[in-house]
Design a protein around this ligand. Structure first.
Ligand code: BES
Ligand code: MN
Ligand code: ZN
Length: 509
């Protein structure tokens, strides 16, 4: 979707959207529009009991007194309660309301209401950001063109392709939006990756997609099985050994700090679980909903999208992103329950359930990251446990950390972007639950309780004393329902959050 910003001037035709504050006076633009429509806007608002609440949208079709096709009034809520997040939601609702109704472009008039804490330019930039986030579609496998299904009773599938946003300070709005749009590009990349089916996206093709980031200045290395074997990554390799697809390790580096200034400073690191399909392996999953396991590479998808966002907006930070890519399949070469592997760290692991594979991948990637980069901090993301969905549903992701300051920063960044986290405990009592009779540890807990926590305790054995946080995103990676800025499907939960974490705490001035 193409988004442009220009100075406020009432358009003559097409679709016009006006934002109206809750219980407030109409702004100058809305007043002017009302005059053109001979008082039609006011009458419609009063007739429809439109109060300007943030969830309200009112459509006037072909309003008399003008050549406009339609006027859409959207509620902005109370002016003193406006926030970037609320404006993003407004933009998302506009994109959703017009997305399949308007062919081509629409105009949006943004005014800052009385007593508003936000300038029109900032409001406009966040509205645009919300619209672009919501307008995402994954339709590359739809071979029929828009409208072709009409005969079968389906409505014409028109597409909103642009928004022209009118506001005071339109140049400043465009500058602000430019940065946000780069984050949105990262979000869209992650959603693309998470949405791809596993016959198309497997370790080598996912690595190739990551490799494309070199076009935006990210340094990308790809390692295959032979190299990983040499490095001793047997925990990761064991997970992929039943698959016909070769496992891959991808290391991405974005160096946004000039070499001089970066001397003696260590990077921040992001690690992602990239199981391109999780059948469970020999401990095979039931077939119901197994198709969901195409998005078991969601953590890796977030790390790749995040690197694109950081590079795209030229973030002044040195960041490393590492993803372990494997396919978990049953076969004659697959790992068996009872197998014992020696991880890169030297610690041995008894595999009691081949479906608890994500932690095995992360164990080697976390250790590798720590040894090679000596990072300032590590954050891993993984669709790690079904148990976290039992705990937190699909609203928040689980946060585990060995460092209170990092945990607090992550929590705050999540609140700021609308990607909520909830902290879960780590404690020696839980660590005991992964003691093994025959190896240094086993890959599942001794009973069915606290499944997400025992998984996190397992990871903690591979991070040494590096400040570390683990985000269990199993419940939030895929959405079955639309949200204002997140259409159903792959959410890219984590990209906005970690981009914000960098911006707020780790970027040089
Ligand atoms: N990828 C799954 C976790 C998952 C489940 C993600 C549902 C998204 C939706 C993970 O590899 C897994 O299978 N975990 C097991 C662990 C168990 C065997 C200890 C689980 O959660 O059941
Ligand atoms: Mn599994
Ligand atoms: Zn998995």
């Amino acid at each position: 979707m193409q988004i442009t910003f220009t100075k406020p001037e009432l358009p003559k035709r097409g679709t016009l959207v006006v934002g109206l504050p809750q219980d407030g006076n109409l702004g100058a633009g809305a007043e002017e529009l009302d005059r053109v429509l001979g008082g039609g806007l006011r009458r419609a608002i009063e007739g429809e009991r439109f109060k300007g609440r943030p969830d309200q949208v009112l459509t006037l079709l072909a309003p008399a007194g003008s050549e406009l096709d339609r006027v859409l009034a959207v509620g902005l809520g109370k002016p003193d309660e406006l926030s970037p997040l609320k404006m993003q939601a407004v933009g998302g609702r506009i994109a959703s309301a017009l997305g399949r109704r308007v062919e081509g472009s629409a105009t949006v008039w943004v005014e800052s209401g009385q007593g508003s804490g936000m300038e029109a330019a900032e409001m406009a930039a966040h509205l645009a950001y919300g619209a672009i986030l919501r307008a995402y579609r994954f339709d590359r496998y739809k071979t029929r063109k828009p409208g072709e299904d009409e005969e079968n009773g389906e409505t014409a599938d028109v597409t909103l392709t642009g928004l022209e946003i009118l506001c005071e300070g339109h140049q400043s709005a465009a500058e602000r939006y430019e940065v946000l749009a780069k984050v949105a590009e990262g979000v869209h990349l992650t959603r693309d990756l998470v949405s791809e089916p596993a016959n198309v996206l497997y370790p080598e093709t996912l690595a190739a997609r990551a490799k494309e980031l070199s076009e935006v200045g990210v340094d990308v290395e790809v390692f295959g099985e032979a190299q990983m074997r040499e490095m001793g990554m047997n925990a990761l390799l064991g997970v992929g050994q039943g698959s016909a697809r070769e496992s891959q390790l991808v290391v991405m580096q974005w160096n946004g700090v000039p070499e001089e200034a970066a001397k003696g400073k260590t990077p921040v690191a992001f690690i992602g679980k990239g199981v391109t399909f999780d059948t469970g392996g020999i401990s095979i999953k039931p077939s119901a909903s197994m198709e969901d396991m195409k998005w078991d590479m969601g953590g890796a998808g977030v790390v790749i999208g995040l690197m694109k966002a950081l590079a795209g907006r030229k973030a002044k930070v040195n960041a490393v992103g590492i993803v372990g890519l494997v396919e978990n399949m049953p076969s004659g070469t697959a790992q068996r329950p009872g197998d014992i592997v020696k991880s890169m760290s030297g610690q041995t692991i008894e595999i009691l359930n081949t479906d608890a594979e994500g932690r095995l991948v992360l164990a080697d990637v976390l250790w590798y990251c720590k040894e090679r980069f000596k990072p300032k901090l590590m954050v891993d993301l993984a669709t790690l446990t079904g148990a976290i969905i039992i705990c937190l549903g699909h609203e928040k992701a689980g946060l585990f950390s060995n460092n209170d300051e990092l945990a607090k920063r992550l929590f705050d960044a999540g609140e700021a972007v609308g990607e909520g986290l909830w902290r879960m405990p780590l404690a020696p009592e839980y660590d005991k639950l992964i003691k093994s009779d025959v190896a240094d540890m086993q890959n599942i807990g001794q009973n069915r309780g606290a499944g997400s926590i025992t998984a996190a305790q397992f990871l903690q054995r591979f991070v040494g004393d590096v400040p570390w946080a683990h985000l269990d995103i199993a419940g939030v990676t895929w959405a079955k329902k639309d949200k204002p800025t997140v259409p159903k499907g792959g959410t890219a939960f984590g990209v906005r959050l970690l981009d914000r974490l960098m911006a707020d705490y780790y970027e040089a001035e």
